[in-house]
Write a protein that binds this ligand. Structure first.
Ligand SMILES: Nc1ncnc2c1ncn2[C@@H]1O[C@H](COP(=O)(O)OP(=O)(O)OP(=O)(O)O)[C@@H](O)[C@H]1O
Ligand SMILES: [Mg+2]
Length: 584
């Protein structure tokens, strides 16, 4: 086959043999197959009408023609090695039209026809296409000399979804993007809902970007743990009097079946607020009240079992350390009593919106009901502030990144956080709020949110239902690419949508390398996989387990240390707290 002609188009590698809708079948020689038959390879098709089209190899179709025609003949099978003559076709998805100045238009006016010549796109041409963005995410999987940059404005205003199964590189991708954004834009404003406190290392004392990162952690015990790792986390308090009724339901774990308890809470809360601020007050109006007064107000609602259950839930919450930051926000109550209601909202405005940099809301360790209430309240506040700021002519552009977004905006039910996240997905653009949602369960994520994401970064996904969801949110012509989702390697991503000129498969940079390249010092994310091989190969350090127990039951650790001399304490430390705690 004499296809290997070199023209100004580059090296010719094949010929169009069939066209079906947006898919073009390109025959290539045996010799070219290993080089061009790679998923994600970009090809140029010279149409007879003089247009050059761009396509991407999405599948291969290889068939042994000789064998097919002659498989009945036994000598063919015996001689197979020598005879094999295959039909090699690349299945190419058309992406757009290449202009003579190297730019691409995402439209196809003229379809190719059998006989049209096909060329490989050169690295130079690809570099021109993909290098024209702001934030580098990685390199093309088919050509590591081509870096891929995302357009910041498209990324921030039209929202992004990072989807994949667990362990395939979502958090790494987000960390790479955030680090580079912080490097490029000194006044970038990013709020990160860090469900498992995975990103806190960015603020560690040895992190080169610690000045640009603030960690907020609502629970003192976890702040102390972070402090021991060299991370100075600020407390985060949530004013319970600013919660909506839906957030109260979530906070106290009143699901949709608890209709009686929900009604009682609603009536008690409304009654209390009206008593304090007049009959015209509505249920969700921000009226300050003492949390104990809510307890009284509920207890006056009668003596039936629903009232009792609700009171118990409130009492349990009031006693729990986990709820203290929302039900006993002492600093905010103090701030309010000294400076008034407005100061509380100002606190959120200053901390979450005005201050530039990355603000990590570290929610690791909190139960999901509380996480949902916190996220809902924070995002509601941020959204309201952003709307007012924009209307007042002083926009505060902010990116909100949400890890495990399916927990806060699930498709199957309506926690309060889903309302506000869907609202931001639909209206955020107008007010300068961009969303980045990350999820390992695309099928469980709100379809409204997913449909609003203009850019999709999809890493390895094997679950067929997740694949379908990802496929549905890709542009039509690229849905063939979704077939490659299970075969992607760790850190390999299909990127489609607005932030790239044309869809592509990228090898995402590795965060540890990125931070070293950009800032000269290496740190890793936390939340890496536990290294079983290493940990099972050495004896565990028993001393650290008594530390574990002290953290679990600090009150017992303190009692121990007050009562016993050092020697005895060391003897008993390992088992005493457990037996005492569980009453054995
Ligand atoms: N681009 C990459 N290059 C090299 N290694 C990577 C890359 N992306 C991820 N990894 C490795 O894969 C591991 C898992 O990555 P990551 O934590 O980002 O996955 P994830 O999709 O966020 O997982 P989870 O769903 O559990 O949160 C990391 O420990 C990291 O070392
Ligand atoms: Mg992750």
């Amino acid at each position: 086959m004499r296809w290997l002609a070199v023209s100004q188009q580059g090296t010719r590698v094949g010929t169009v043999v069939r066209v079906y809708a947006d898919r073009v079948f390109v025959a290539v020689s045996e010799r070219e197959l290993p080089r061009v038959g790679v998923r994600g390879r970009f090809l140029k098709i010279e149409t007879r009408a003089g247009r050059t089209l761009i396509g991407m190899v999405t599948q291969l179709e290889l068939q042994d023609e000789l064998y097919r025609h002659a498989r009945g003949r036994i000598d063919i099978i015996e001689q197979y090695e020598k005879l094999a003559l295959s039909r090699n076709e690349l299945v190419v998805s058309l992406i757009g039209t290449l202009n003579s100045d190297g730019t691409v238009e995402r439209k196809i006016d003229i379809y190719p026809a059998p006989g049209d010549r096909v060329y490989v796109m050169s690295s130079e041409e690809l570099r021109r296409l993909f290098g024209d963005g702001d934030v580098r995410i990685g390199v093309l999987n088919t050509d590591p000399s081509v870096e891929v940059r995302l357009n910041l404005n498209e990324l921030a205003t039209k929202h992004v979804a990072i989807l994949a199964m667990t362990g395939s590189g979502k958090s790494n991708t987000l960390a790479v993007l955030l680090t580079r954004i912080l490097k490029l834009f000194p006044y970038a404003r990013i709020l990160l809902i860090d469900t498992h406190s995975e990103y806190v290392n960015l603020a560690r004392e040895d992190s080169p970007i610690k000045d640009k990162v603030t960690v907020y952690c609502p629970i003192e015990k976890f702040r102390e743990m972070l402090r021991q790792q060299g991370i100075d986390a600020r407390p985060l308090e949530i004013p319970y009097w600013l919660l909506t009724i839906e957030e109260w339901y979530s906070l106290l774990g009143l699901d949709a079946r608890a209709t009686k308890q929900r009604r009682i809470l609603r009536t008690a809360l409304r009654g209390l607020k009206r008593k304090l601020a007049g009959e015209r007050v509505r249920l969700n109006d921000p009226v300050f009240f003492e949390v104990e007064a809510l307890h009284v107000s509920i207890s006056r609602m009668g003596r039936d079992s629903a009232v009792e259950d609700l009171l118990m839930k409130l009492e349990d919450a009031l006693e729990s350390d986990e709820y203290a930051f929302v039900l006993q926000p002492t600093q905010l109550i103090h701030l309010r009593s000294v400076k008034g209601d407005r100061a509380v909202v100002e606190y959120f405005l200053t901390e979450l919106m005005l201050k530039p940099g990355l603000k990590i809301i570290a929610l690791g360790g909190l139960s999901s009901d509380i996480q949902i209430a916190v996220v809902s309240m924070l995002l509601r506040t941020v959204f309201r502030l952003a709307v007012e700021a924009k209307l007042a002519g002083v926009p505060l552009p902010t990116i909100i990144a949400i890890e495990e977004a399916h927990l806060y905006a699930p498709q199957s039910h309506y926690p309060p956080s889903r309302h506000i996240i869907e609202r931001i997905a639909k209206e955020g653009r107008k007010f300068g709020i961009g969303l980045i949602v990350i999820s390992q369960r695309p099928r469980e994520l709100s379809e409204t949110v997913l449909a609003q994401c203009g850019t999709l970064i999809a890493l390895r996904t094997v679950n067929p239902s997740d694949q379908r969801h990802i496929q549905n949110s890709m542009e039509d012509i690229m849905s063939a690419l979704a077939l490659s989702l299970p075969g992607l390697g760790t850190g390999e991503a299909i990127i489609t949508g607005r932030a790239v000129k044309i869809p592509c498969i990228v090898k995402v940079d590795f965060f540890d390398d990125v931070i070293e390249q950009e800032f000269g010092r290496r740190i890793g994310l936390s939340g890496k996989d536990v290294d079983f091989r290493a940990l099972w190969s050495r004896e565990p350090d028993e001393k650290s387990f008594s530390e574990v127990l002290n953290r679990l039951f600090p009150i017992l650790a303190n009692a121990e240390s007050q009562q016993k001399p050092e020697e005895e304490r060391r003897e008993e430390k390992r088992d005493a707290p457990i037996t005492r705690f569980f009453g054995a």
